[in-house]
Design a protein around this ligand. Structure first.
Ligand SMILES: *[C@@H]1O[C@H](CO)[C@@H](O)[C@H](O)[C@H]1NC(C)=O
Ligand SMILES: *[C@@H]1O[C@H](CO)[C@@H](O)[C@H](O)[C@H]1NC(C)=O
Ligand SMILES: *[C@@H]1O[C@H](CO)[C@@H](O)[C@H](O)[C@H]1NC(C)=O
Ligand SMILES: *[C@@H]1O[C@H](CO)[C@@H](O)[C@H](O)[C@H]1NC(C)=O
Ligand SMILES: *[C@@H]1O[C@H](CO)[C@@H](O)[C@H](O)[C@H]1NC(C)=O
Ligand SMILES: *[C@@H]1O[C@H](CO)[C@@H](O)[C@H](O)[C@H]1NC(C)=O
Length: 872
């Protein structure tokens, strides 16, 4: 194994305009980690608003304010019904499943049932939020962080999921992504994501097996992965060989055990039951997490919670030994996933180069000790970032998939963990069911299988997990009806097909979703023509029970049975008639395949419908809009308030010779002072209930009084420059006229042509005189104006008049007589500078205009229909 620097392994980017950012989210039970892959942005983990590298997976409400992260988590001790954490447990969980009752032991939130029999959490004000909506809010929060970093809309996302997640849970994740207004590029199993991160900086001259051991909050899982780099050009290949997992242990369960110790300690000492107090339970939950962290590095710790409940300050000493005793029954579970993973992969520890530890709970001594004991110290590797490897790997994987970034070439092959079977009635009249294992556990994802049925009527294919994926979860997840069979078979028979059959292609997608991607009626048609005989040779599909076609292989022309290309009506291609004829001669007969309709029913835990998602998006958007309005009001109030203070300073007696004082009159200051007092009083009395527009109006009223003063000040500041400009044109024109007259005289004497006529020069002189007269008169008048009086000439008018002179002058200066080019030397110097100035001002103006005009990308929002490409 060879390590190459990360910087080298990363991308050289394509031109910016063609790229869209890719967001990766490692959505955990306790923590969210995210990373955005965006052109020109250094590749790293996203920081939250407090510059933390991970975000607590919580959302909550403090009265009407919605909070995220640690703020939301901490709310639980004051608002136990309005702080929602560990939501990942509840994804797709049937309301009456074991995991939901477990959840109620670790959370103070109230669980309620949705119309889909899944779980929603209920705020104290009665608002109910489905799990997808709550997760969607968190995704949306991360999306905004990513957009701030990327400087553009972010819609493509890769999400990590535990490898054991069933289709139910995967659907819940993808639905939450859509609720957040994004699109799932793919789901990636978290162990696989860590493997991608691991492979990023390494090459494997000989194949190696590693175990990714990931101890998280809600489960422990182990993934056996093979790494190989056959040669430099084909890149590195990662293949998942086996996975093991345990759902009974993990960081949350340890927290729960530790809290039990604290509950016991409190109840014994104070003869009360802390379980009756939700706030107290929430406080103890937080304390248990803190104590667990201390016990990771120390042999004892003191739990202290002020005013835990009934005004009692709680204090208890906990030893690591005590904690470990309380977890004794879990001891055997910690390392078991490694054994299971190896067994599933058909390997032993000897085949494994290292066991890579990742996940926050690997810091817990008893877990790490159990793994060390099981695999031996020498196999333990701490060479990936336990918190961030998964999200970084997911981002790299997503960037590779989006094909917009040039990343290291890593080919990933993953597997499904659950036995998936298809069942259907043997014949339309019988009640005998045929069941076949179509994707046994360990099947590669991203593959298809084609099932062949001898049916003459519509029928239904049911898809089940052979074993329930978790207690209380149903096994059936999909029912697909195949329709229009009778007519299609009749038509094929009519055309002369013998024994036409129905072929259904079932896909296990890269993201782990099972679907029927196509269904056709198919029959070989006897044809006595030569073309027909050829068809018979090449066109006939085999009647094998199930054939496997790798998803990514190009559809072969002759393979009409499983290629969706062949199912398209021939009119879809705009080929010329001749070409079409040629194609017909050599190509597969298309008339022996008839596309059938499929209908999809979710018989148990249905994913959200398009309507559900649309409603959820508008609920979330309503909150976003409210929050934006609140932010605007806050800003208006703050601006108003600081404006008031600034005005008060300006009026202050102490500040004597300020421009403000110099340029204002007593009466004006009095008027402002009066308005200011009124505004302060209003802010004090009404500030908390006022509308945004009132803050703006009040500020505007004051600004109106202040504006004339500012104007005077600005005019005084700008006057010298404007005068200089006027004089400069005056001076240049005079100089020009003098020279031009002299030259004209000389030219007349030498009988040479002149560039200008006498009239033109006279006209310019007249313009100059007018300008000079005006300037003299008004400059004198202006000189008499006091600082606190309005100016009698505006600098804008001075500039406009100078411009008239400038234009008149330049018209003559620019006059071209090819022979006379050299003659212009002196005036061209003037011209050069001026025109340069002119250009640069013009550019500045254009720039500011284009900044203002920059079209803003429109939000995806409502019309964002089903965008999940990953499910099929
Ligand atoms: C695993 O190790 C055993 C014993 O060393 C060896 O016989 C076997 O070939 C190895 N398997 C693989 C896939 O490397
Ligand atoms: C498939 O469904 C469409 C729309 O529902 C319908 O028009 C069409 O006739 C159906 N085709 C078959 C073969 O059932
Ligand atoms: C069957 O044949 C009839 C008559 O040619 C046609 O109208 C109908 O669309 C065909 N149905 C299918 C499913 O191909
Ligand atoms: C006028 O502007 C020029 C160039 O900016 C400068 O050199 C000159 O000193 C200015 N004259 C006055 C009177 O401000
Ligand atoms: C215009 O320029 C001439 C010559 O430089 C100068 O004598 C005159 O005072 C200037 N007039 C004004 C108003 O600046
Ligand atoms: C006047 O003539 C001289 C000498 O040919 C030339 O350098 C100068 O540019 C001319 N001036 C104008 C204003 O044309």
């Amino acid at each position: 194994m060879q390590i190459i620097p990360l910087a080298l392994a990363l991308f050289s980017l394509l031109p910016h305009s063609t790229l869209a950012s890719v967001l990766a989210i490692d959505y955990g039970t306790d923590w969210i980690k995210a990373s955005v892959m965006s052109p020109g942005v250094p590749f790293d983990v996203l920081l939250n608003k407090d510059s933390k590298r991970k975000i607590q997976a919580s959302v909550g409400w403090k009265k009407t304010d919605r909070l995220f992260g640690t703020d939301a988590f901490n709310l639980a001790s004051r608002f136990p019904s309005d702080s929602f954490s560990s939501i990942k447990y509840l994804q797709a969980a049937p309301f009456d499943s074991d995991i939901v009752s477990y959840y109620t032991t670790i959370s103070t939130a109230e669980v309620v049932k949705t119309s889909r029999d899944t779980v929603a959490l209920k705020q104290s004000d009665g608002n109910e939020w489905s799990v997808e909506e709550l997760v969607g809010m968190q995704f949306s929060y991360v999306k905004k962080l990513a957009e701030a970093v990327a400087g553009e809309k972010v819609t493509d996302v890769v999400i990590t999921v535990p490898p054991y997640f069933s289709q139910f849970q995967r659907d819940a994740v993808v639905d939450a992504v859509e609720v957040a207004g994004m699109r799932t590029l793919t789901l990636i199993n978290d162990g696989t994501a860590v493997a991608v991160n691991y492979a990023m900086t390494r090459t494997f001259s000989t194949p190696e097996y590693h175990v990714i051991y990931d101890a998280g909050a809600s489960s422990i899982r182990a993934t056996v992965v093979s790494f190989s780099t056959p040669d430099a050009t084909s890149g590195t290949q990662i293949a998942v060989a086996g996975v093991g997992y345990d759902l009974k242990t993990g960081g949350t369960e340890l927290d729960r055990r530790l809290r039990e110790i604290l509950i016991e300690a409190f109840n014994t000492k104070h003869h009360k039951d802390i379980r009756e107090d939700k706030r107290g339970m929430a406080k103890l939950w937080k304390e248990a997490g803190r104590v667990k962290a201390i016990l990771s590095a120390n042999t004892d710790a003191t739990a202290t919670v002020e005013s835990l409940a009934w005004d009692i300050d709680f204090k208890a000493k906990i030893t690591r030994a005590e904690f470990e005793t309380a977890c004794a029954d879990l001891k055997d579970l910690y390392a078991r996933p490694i054994d299971d993973a190896l067994r599933n992969a058909g390997l032993t520890l000897e085949n494994v180069t290292s066991v890579i530890l990742t996940g926050g709970s690997t810091r817990t001594p008893m877990i790490q000790a159990a793994v060390r004991a099981a695999v031996g110290d020498e196999k333990i590797a701490l060479n990936v970032n336990a918190d961030e490897a998964a999200v970084l790997g997911a981002a790299l994987h997503g960037a590779g998939l989006s094909r917009q970034f040039k990343t290291k070439n890593i080919k990933v092959t993953d597997i499904g963990l659950h036995d998936i079977q298809a069942s259907y009635l043997a014949t339309s009249s019988s009640s005998r069911t045929i069941t076949s294992l179509i994707f046994p556990a360990g099947s590669k994802v991203g593959t298809k299988k084609t099932l062949t049925f001898k049916r003459k009527e519509d029928f239904v294919i049911n898809f089940d997990y052979k074993d329930s994926v978790a207690p209380g979860f149903p096994t059936r997840f999909l029912e697909v009806g195949i329709e229009g069979v009778a007519e299609a078979i009749a038509n094929l028979t009519e055309l002369g097909a013998t024994d036409p059959v129905v072929k259904a292609t079932v896909t296990l997608s890269e993201s782990g979703f099972v679907s029927v991607s196509s269904a056709v009626a198919f029959g070989e048609i006897k044809d006595d023509s030569i073309a027909g005989k050829l068809k018979g040779f090449f066109g006939g599909g085999s009647s094998a029970e199930a054939e496997v076609t790798p998803e990514n292989s190009p559809p072969r022309e002759t393979d009409s049975s499983s290629s969706s290309e062949a199912a398209k009506p021939s009119g879809a291609t705009n080929s010329t008639p001749e070409k079409e004829k040629e194609e017909k001669k050599k190509a597969t007969p298309k008339d022996n395949t008839i596309t059938l309709n499929t209908t999809v029913v979710f018989p148990t835990i249905p994913p959200m419908t398009a309507e559900h998602k649309k409603n959820a998006r508008s609920r979330l958007r309503a909150i976003d809009l409210d929050e934006a309005a609140v932010a605007r009001k806050e800003e208006a109030r703050n601006t108003f308030e600081s404006y008031l203070y600034r005005m008060r300073d300006l009026l202050d007696e102490e500040n004597r010779d300020t421009p403000f004082k110099q340029c204002s009159q007593e009466a004006e200051r009095k008027a402002i002072a009066a308005k200011l007092d009124e505004s302060f009083a209003w802010l004090h009395d009404k500030g908390d209930v006022a509308e945004t527009s009132q803050f703006l109006d009040k500020r505007n009223a004051l600004e109106t009084l202040e504006r004339p003063i500012i104007h005077r000040y600005k005019e005084i500041e700008e006057f010298p420059q404007a005068l200089n400009n006027s004089q400069m044109w005056n001076w240049s024109t005079r100089l020009f006229l003098q020279e031009a007259k002299e030259n004209m005289t000389a030219e007349a004497a030498a009988e040479l042509p002149s560039k200008w006529t006498q009239d033109e020069l006279d006209s310019l002189e007249k313009t100059l005189k007018e300008h000079e007269t005006w300037l003299n008169e008004w400059v004198e008048k202006q000189k008499a104006v006091k600082m606190n009086e309005d100016p009698v000439i505006e600098t804008t008018e001075m500039k406009a008049r100078a411009k008239v002179l400038e234009t008149a002058l330049m018209r003559l200066v620019k006059r071209k007589v090819p022979k006379a080019v050299k003659k212009k030397k002196e005036s061209t110097t003037t011209t050069a500078t001026t025109s340069e100035e002119a250009t640069s001002t013009a550019t500045a103006a254009e720039e500011s205009a284009s900044v203002a005009d920059t079209p803003k990308a429109e939000g995806g929002g409502d019309d964002n229909t089903d965008t999940d490409t990953c499910r099929s």
